[in-house]
Ligand binder design. Structure first.
Ligand code: GLC
Length: 573
């Protein structure tokens, strides 16, 4: 493969300070190269002993995140919620669920994080509320103004017995549920792209728009630095809610997703965020079916970044990975927004497990991955080496990067949660055929040799999902003491990334033997071997970071290294 240069956005990009601009403008573009840690709050740390992670638990473990070297945290929804979908069913956007703490805890968290140099992003869920939200309760009670904030429609067919259109819920089954009128007779249907307990809002409603701008301000006024925007491509639906006629929402245009009208919403949100000092930021969860439309969300007056989703499912193979990186950097060049890389999150099978089985030709999927549990035994040691190599590669890429709770400990997916303990609506709505996402959401092991591994204080209620036996060696405390651990690798990666991999230089592919990807970032290089052979590293270069201990002149399979020229000064620890 020949050398090829992909121009990455500069580290300051569109926010490059104009001559005479205030000196802190560069500082304001922190998000362009940041490493952001996703705190899955329920499973991070339990402060009050109820077996569920909470804000006091997170506050008590902020030191772990500061020592890891991340720039910011993103906290999954912490709002009052019936927790049908782990809090993505919000009943009150301006408070904290009592199981997670209080608003005062939230304010203290923001202050303490800031004192440690960590920014705080929250998760806003604008596509739908909980069915327990006062607006939806009023709508069900027949209040016309409240109904106009959701998508109620008469059914089709005799007696209106059929759903208003053919859309399917992302959690399986129809995207419509029929209501019962006050007189006990079947009434209209309402739309829910996810669970029935998550009714979709009607974003043509001025009241809905005003409400969310106010919610943004509520949290920005409390010092929150930005939001991850849940289902950012979903808010606006095609007028008239036409049938999708079998269109696959993931790969084909679909009237329920990625409609042009959504951009007006984000232009208004950007104005709200820009009115703050420093300006607040957004990262979009936008699974657009046509990737060429993603840059539309990233125009300078809309959202700041959007997750790259290809890495969540790409096979551990050099060709597919190179294509993923090239596509991401080309998108960044087209939009001027930095890539936001992630290897995993709370919705996908953990990478250690994805890489622990035979690899698909190009990419996999959650469903395909989970379907082979129980039939193909995972080689977790192999999966862990590959996951470490993947992290070493990703941390060298231009742009921002997201880490997900427990990734830095090398946790695997927990496949054997008993069905009766599974809580993900995907499990129930699939009739139990798909285990769902719980296996990636198991409470973190902090210390000790058996559950709850320091997650909860001694004598606490059982953890909300069971932890496996065999995590004693993966606790943060055990890994702290082991220089070859995954935790120590991540710390080294984050520290050296700042020194070596966040400059404005483009990424330049280098020629490399079969099975290897190699690229330069300024004065440093990253080499990644996908196997199967040992490969000699170039002469005149030395290893400063390695995903596997003891790598020197030869790169073993499933390993990645960062190199600097021999004689270059040792990067500070
Ligand atoms: C997003 C979240 C996912 C949630 C869904 C519905 O995809 O990441 O966890 O189930 O939105 O809110």
């Amino acid at each position: 493969m020949g050398p090829m240069t992909v121009t990455a956005p500069s580290s300051s990009g569109t926010l490059r300070p104009a001559p005479g601009a205030p000196a802190d403008d560069r500082q304001r573009a922190w998000w362009r190269t940041a490493v952001i840690y996703q705190v899955f709050l329920r499973s991070f740390a339990d402060g009050n002993g109820d077996g569920v992670g909470d804000v006091p638990g997170l506050r008590s473990r902020l030191g772990h995140l500061a020592a890891l070297g991340v720039d910011a945290v993103w906290v999954n929804p912490w709002y009052p919620s019936p927790m049908v979908d782990v809090g993505y069913d919000v009943a009150d956007y301006r408070d904290v669920d009592p199981r997670f703490g209080t608003l005062a805890d939230a304010e203290a968290l923001v202050a303490e994080a800031h004192a440690l140099g960590l920014r705080v992003l929250l998760d806003i869920v604008p596509n739908h509320t909980s069915s327990a939200h006062p607006w939806f309760r009023a709508a069900l009670a027949g209040d016309p103004a409240a109904r106009a904030r959701y998508l109620f429609r008469p059914g089709r067919g005799p007696g209106g017995d059929l759903p208003p259109n053919d859309w399917e819920s992302c959690f399986r089954g129809p995207a419509w549920t029929r209501t019962v009128d006050a007189d006990g007779r079947p009434g209209e249907w309402y739309l829910h792209m996810f669970a029935p307990e998550q009714p979709d809002l009607d974003w043509t409603s001025p009241e809905v728009r005003a409400e969310f701008e106010d919610v943004l301000r509520f949290w920005f006024d409390r010092g929150v630095d930005g939001f991850r925007v849940d289902v950012a491509h979903g808010l606006v639906k095609a007028p008239g809610l036409p049938d999708a006629r079998g269109a696959d929402r993931r790969t084909e245009p679909h009237p329920g997703w990625d409609q042009d009208g959504v951009h007006e919403v984000y232009r208004q949100w950007r104005a709200v965020a820009d009115a703050y000092d420093p300006p607040r930021v957004f990262v979009a969860e936008a699974w657009v079916p046509r990737p060429e439309r993603l840059p539309l969300y990233l125009r300078p007056d809309e959202l700041h970044t959007a997750f790259e989703f290809d890495p969540l499912h790409v096979a551990w193979r050099p060709g597919p990975w190179r294509r993923v990186v090239e596509r991401g950097l080309a998108a960044a060049a087209a939009s001027g927004a930095p890539s936001a890389w992630a290897l995993t999150n709370h919705d996908v099978v953990r990478q250690v497990t994805r890489y622990a089985r035979s690899q698909p030709p190009e990419k996999g999927s959650n469903e395909a991955e989970r379907a082979r549990w129980g039939t193909e035994a995972p080689d977790l040691e192999l999966g862990r080496w590959r996951a470490r190599a993947a992290a070493t590669m990703t941390m060298a890429l231009p742009g921002a990067a997201y880490l997900y709770s427990g990734e830095e400990l090398g946790l695997q997916e927990v496949e054997d949660i008993p069905d009766a303990r599974r809580l993900d609506p995907i499990h129930t709505r699939s009739g139990g055929t798909d285990p769902g996402r719980d296996g990636s959401r198991v409470p973190l092991p902090w210390s000790g040799t058996e559950p709850p591994y320091g997650f909860s204080p001694p004598g606490s209620a059982p953890t909300w999902l069971p932890q496996p036996s065999g995590w004693a060696g993966l606790t943060a405390a055990a890994q702290e003491a082991d220089p070859g651990s995954t935790l120590r690798l991540y710390r080294t990666l984050l520290a050296r990334r700042r020194q070596l991999m966040t400059g404005p230089e483009p990424l330049e592919w280098l020629s490399a033997p079969e099975g290897v990807l190699a690229f330069a970032r300024g004065a440093a290089q990253c080499w990644v071997s996908f196997g199967p052979d040992d490969v000699a590293l170039p002469e005149g270069w030395r290893v400063v970071v390695s995903s596997r201990p003891g790598v020197d002149a030869v790169l073993p399979p499933d390993t990645a290294v960062w190199l600097v020229p021999v004689g270059a000064p040792e990067p500070a620890a």
